[in-house]
Design a protein. Structure first.
Length: 381
């Protein structure tokens, strides 16, 4: 019987995105004898997903649907990279036990664009830290006290300079909590912090599928996937996978994806929801709506990015095809979560940079943002 791989990855976030993205890549790399290791998932919100993962012993399936070079892809892939799923509120001591493990090497996270907020009243005396930065600080503090090497921090949130920003927040919080100089040096320099860009449309549980009876965690995603990771100083390329790109500068990937794909999603929500559309693909089937989105992408967003990233116009064309994927039921309401922070990351910079570059306001984006990009009526923030 083969020896189980060690638990080398601590993952904050149990949502469907990482399950159909990094966790799947890790599973596939393990199957190619890379021995990346297994993932321990920590859920900070309600315990439902962690419970489902625990009940399934970390095993679930990913349904990959779409068109690849004009041919239909509709395949099921198993994923068994998750070894355990813990609920932070009730199982925090087990998280700290993992922090003391010599096998642990990597921290992954996907806590959304709003996940770096440090809550008021956060204290080192809290039995369970509330915010993600405070949780990460607690993990690093315990690991440092155990005399173990620093960790590789790989945040997957869609924030420009995500790793550098998280490093500063965690370091500043440590200072506020009265950390020693040796702990501060360990956090800032003993750990490696890697900027990332993640790109895959993941739409969640399918309406119908034979596997649903046995796998409530079944998740649907598109074939396209890109995981750009910045090497950092002395950074080891710890996973080899067709979707993973190791780079010395992740910013061009970030700008292209967040401004075009994510910006397109949020813009489409603002435009399409008040007109009665409820899904991305449905909106793209409407000639008027598609023409509006094409005009926004090619006349207002792409021009701001030209010269700053590779082939933004080609990427925008690919994005339109990805949005129109007939196999994905991508709900506009799902795009509305954490809307205010998404608008600030995805649309506001393009609005400002267009005016600086061209000396005038972008008409479509300006109209869309006339009320600050407020969430349309009928949607919960």
């Amino acid at each position: 019987m083969p020896v189980p791989l060690p638990e080398t990855i601590l993952q904050f976030g149990s949502g469907r995105f990482l399950r159909a993205f990094a966790d799947l890549f890790i599973h596939q790399a393990n199957n190619r004898n890379q021995r990346v290791g297994r993932v321990v998932v920590v859920q900070s919100t309600a315990a439902d997903r962690a419970g489902a993962l625990a009940n399934a012993s970390g095993k679930y399936h990913v349904l990959i649907r779409g068109l690849v070079e004009g041919e239909v892809m509709d395949i099921v892939r198993p994923c068994e990279s998750v070894s355990r799923a813990l609920v932070a509120k009730t199982q925090w001591p087990q998280v700290l036990d993992l922090a003391r493990s010599p096998d642990l090497a990597t921290v992954l996270s996907n806590t959304t664009e709003a996940g770096y907020e440090v809550f008021a009243g956060e204290s080192p005396d809290n039995a369970v830290p509330r915010s993600f930065p405070a949780k990460l600080l607690a993990v690093l503090r315990v690991r440092h006290a155990a005399g173990l090497p620093g960790l590789r921090i790989v945040p997957c949130e869609l924030r420009e300079g995500n790793a550098g920003l998280l490093r500063k927040i965690v370091g500043d919080l440590a200072e506020k909590f009265g950390a020693t100089e040796t702990l501060l040096h360990y956090i800032r320099h003993g750990c490696s912090w890697h900027e990332t860009l993640v790109d895959r449309i993941v739409t969640g549980t399918p309406a119908e599928h034979p596997l649903l009876a046995s796998d409530p965690l079944l998740t649907v995603c598109e074939p396209y996937a890109l995981f750009a990771i910045q090497r950092g100083v002395g950074g080891k390329e710890w996973i080899d996978h067709p979707a993973v790109v190791w780079t010395d500068d992740v910013l061009p990937y970030f700008l292209r994806k967040v401004r075009i794909l994510n910006g397109g999603h949020t813009a489409l929500l603002l435009r399409a929801w008040p007109r009665g559309f409820r899904q991305v693909g449905e909106a793209l089937q409407d000639p008027e709506m598609r023409a509006w989105l094409e005009k926004l992408l090619f006349e207002e967003i792409v021009p701001v990015l030209e010269g700053r990233c590779e082939n933004p116009a080609n990427f925008a064309s690919e994005v339109l095809d990805r949005f129109a994927n007939p196999f994905l039921q991508h709900k506009l309401a799902d795009i509305a979560t954490h809307h205010a922070s998404k608008v600030q990351v995805r649309l506001v910079p393009t609005l400002a940079e267009y005016e600086v570059k061209f000396g005038k306001k972008p008409p479509l984006l300006s109209e869309l943002m006339a009320h600050g990009g407020a969430l349309p009526a009928g949607l919960e923030p």
